[in-house]
Write a protein that binds this ligand. Structure first.
Ligand code: CA
Length: 232
């Protein structure tokens, strides 16, 4: 599951440029053009970072930033503000409002990418790590490979994404609906029982029917992957 960046920018060429560059870096990207759409996008799916233009039609970027910072579920989302040259005092206001960083337009795209990655590494290192490791399982994102105790585990694409998603938050229980949204995507209609089918396949591949099963079924709640293997 790639880290998700929400770009809030009404200048279309710049928005396209950012989308292109972020996608080349492996991020999932959502682009919206104003503050209202940004609020909806955040409600629908929590981004890992927001690139937020200051001057937007309607609600300003500053106001969007303020609202995100005062929302309980949104106050920790990293924000990089984009400001126009000459808004020196605004910059200071922007940081005071709680943005994590800012870039003055026109800016260098590679520099913005570097800052995004730096902030993301601090805020959610597991989203950028090349290798995730839980229990005896190592998932190597760059090689797209899963190994358990030195043995390669062969997984279908859905099982791989499911495992990757669970491994990003060991011990945390995800409902079937959350797994559907995050692994399958909210645009696809799939029955919640599909999740059970794929978890079943994933388990089979990981355990070969005889090794310990790190995936925990929580009745009435969902699934998690556990750091400490339960004693069989
Ligand atoms: Ca603008």
């Amino acid at each position: 599951m790639n880290a998700k960046v929400l770009v809030v920018e009404d200048e279309e060429p710049l928005a396209l440029l950012l989308r292109y560059n972020l996608e080349s870096e492996g991020f999932a990207v959502d682009v919206v053009q104003n503050g209202e759409e940004a609020q909806l996008a955040v409600e629908e799916g929590q981004p890992d970072l927001i690139v937020l233009d200051w001057m937007l039609p309607g609600i300003s970027g500053l106001e969007v930033c303020r609202q995100l910072r005062s929302g309980r579920g949104t106050r920790n989302i990293p924000i990089i503000m984009l400001t126009a040259r000459g808004e020196e005092t605004d910059r200071v206001r922007g940081l005071a409002t709680g943005a994590d960083d800012y870039m003055v337009k026109p800016f260098s795209v590679p520099e913005l990418m570097a800052r995004i990655k730096a902030i993301m590494r601090r805020a959610s290192p597991e989203r950028l790590a090349d290798k995730l490791s839980v229990a005896e399982i190592v998932l190597d994102r760059s090689a797209h490979r899963v190994v358990r105790n030195g043995r390669e585990v062969r997984l279908g694409p859905t099982e791989y994404r499911l495992l990757e998603f669970l491994m990003q938050s060991p011990g945390r229980v995800f409902s079937r609906a959350q797994l559907l949204d995050s692994v399958w995507g909210r645009d696809i209609y799939v029955d919640e029982r599909t999740v059970d089918v794929h978890v079943g396949r994933l388990r089979k591949a990981i355990t070969r029917g005889r090794e310990q099963d790190p995936i925990r079924t929580v009745r009435g709640a969902g699934y998690s992957i556990d750091d400490a293997l339960a004693m069989a």
